[in-house]
Design a protein around this ligand. Structure first.
Ligand code: ATP
Ligand code: MG
Length: 443
């Protein structure tokens, strides 16, 4: 087994600088895990026995930012690469399932690794000593296993966010959760209610974007439902429809997995059918869900508000859900009308949503997918031709029409609407003279 990790020069320099001054210094956490998996780390965290003041002194010739001095963290910028350097520490008792009462610095690397959440995240490395793995993390990475450091019930009791982190890592890394850790997840799930909405939302979004999201949603809906109980009615809800092979939740999990890799689309996918159980009606043994998109929107709005998502995400997710079942005809006129009422961006996102929705039905959707591809091509043509689909693209402006004797206000608005309609329908070219002539002719 090759245990060498190639470090960026900046990281080497930081570790060397600590070592030269007689301190220990290791990279630790996600960056070691990712490196051992052959994945380039997003960032590097360093752990050291130097106290924060000492770290500041050691790096006094660099830019140092006091990011979390209380918790022992300073950020050092080397060649513009930010490196978080944290003093070895032990977290004290957790009283509220989320924050240690206080932290204590220690001179023991082993003690520092013991406070970390999962064995795969508790490995340290430096070039002289190689891998320092006190909890069997390397073997767990090789076996693709997520396992708590120490007793899982205790660890989830200390910080319930770890419950979300476990299933998020399972989704992102494609790892299984070790049996004892898994059992403790379910036993402790209600503790998630003590975690702030922002932290839940951030983990949820990462989870949704993971490559293993289908299995994670299928296996761990009960855990997500501790924070989003609205999801629960979807589980096992039979659709009784020739268009659907799967129950609402299984369908939903498939749609999420197929919904492009953007948080907005994945959230929209998660909630698009959440209103189905409430909208269910049956006729001659067949299930129908009339109006479910609206019900889904209403439920989702409440959930997204609770999760404190930003307005862009909220509005876009709701637009996609509201329209996920709407028909847009396969011609440029309809598409331009859509782009005018909404935005081109929403049009393309909606196509992606519809495609994912179709792929999650488990029935033959080849015709529908082909139609969506043709729609996408038409949409792209409209943009590349710079075709006019909104008033601001019209070749005449209000001022031009006023000069022609039109009255500002209602009359002007109406004539601009009509001009736009004629241009979208391609009855008139988007040229100033032609538009003015036509406007004059109907005055
Ligand atoms: P990512 O790839 O998402 O950044 P990461 O493992 O680096 O994953 P971070 O949130 O950046 O996660 O945290 C860095 C390290 O700090 C983790 O690897 C872990 O050792 C430790 N850690 C983070 N959050 C917790 C927590 N809630 N409880 C215990 N240890 C934690
Ligand atoms: Mg990290």
């Amino acid at each position: 087994m090759d245990n060498r990790i190639i470090l960026p020069d900046e990281v080497k320099r930081a570790l060397d600088t600590l070592h030269r001054r007689g301190y220990e210094g290791y990279i630790v956490g996600g960056c070691v895990r990712d490196s051992l998996m052959g994945v380039p780390p997003k960032d590097y965290d360093i752990t050291t026995n130097a106290l924060p003041e000492q770290t500041k002194e050691v790096f006094k010739h660099y830019r140092v930012i006091e990011t979390g001095i209380k918790h022992g963290t300073v950020t050092v910028l080397i060649n513009r690469m930010p490196l978080e350097i944290t003093t070895y520490r032990i977290d004290s008792e957790y009283k509220d399932n989320r924050h240690p009462e206080f932290v204590t610095f220690t001179s023991s690397l082993e003690e520092d690794t013991a406070r970390r959440d999962f064995t795969m995240n508790a490995i340290a490395y430096d070039e002289e000593n190689g891998i320092a793995d006190f909890h069997g993390g390397h073997e767990d990475i090789q076996n693709k296993l997520i396992r708590c450091v120490g007793d899982p019930d205790k660890r989830f009791g200390e910080d319930a966010l770890r419950i979300m982190r476990a299933i998020r890592f399972s989704s992102v890394l494609g790892f299984e959760i070790e049996e004892k850790t898994k059992a403790a997840l379910f036993r402790n799930k209600e503790l998630l209610k003590n975690i702030s909405a922002e932290r839940i939302a951030s983990e949820l979004i990462k989870l949704l974007c993971g490559r293993n999201v289908y299995s994670v949603l299928m296996e761990y809906i009960d855990i997500l439902a501790a924070v989003i109980p609205e999801l629960m009615p979807m589980k096992g809800f039979n659709q009784n429809s020739p268009h659907h092979k799967y129950d609402v939740w299984n369908h939903t999990a498939r749609v999420v997995a197929n919904a492009g890799n953007s948080p907005v689309l994945r959230l929209a996918a998660l909630f698009h059918d959440i209103g189905k159980p409430l909208s269910y009606t049956e006729k001659e043994g067949r299930g129908h869900f009339y109006g479910h998109a609206k019900v889904s929107c209403d439920i989702t709005r409440a959930v997204l508000n609770r999760l404190k998502l930003d307005n862009y995400t909220k509005d876009t997710v709701l637009d996609i859900i509201r329209l996920h079942d709407a028909q847009i005809n396969e011609n440029k006129y309809s598409i331009k009308k859509f782009m005018n009422r909404r935005t081109p961006e929403l049009f393309f996102m909606l196509l992606k949503m519809k495609r994912a929705d179709d792929l999650g039905k488990g029935t033959d959707v080849s015709e529908r997918l082909a139609a969506l591809e043709r729609m996408e091509k038409l949409g792209k043509e409209i943009l590349s031709e710079q075709a006019c689909f909104s008033k601001k693209d019209l070749a005449v402006k209000g001022g031009d029409l006023i000069a022609e004797g039109f009255t500002p206000g209602r009359e002007l608005g109406l004539i601009l609407d009509r001009l736009l309609e004629e241009v979208i329908a391609e009855h008139l070219p988007n040229e100033k003279q032609a538009l003015l002539d036509w406007a004059r002719s109907i005055k």
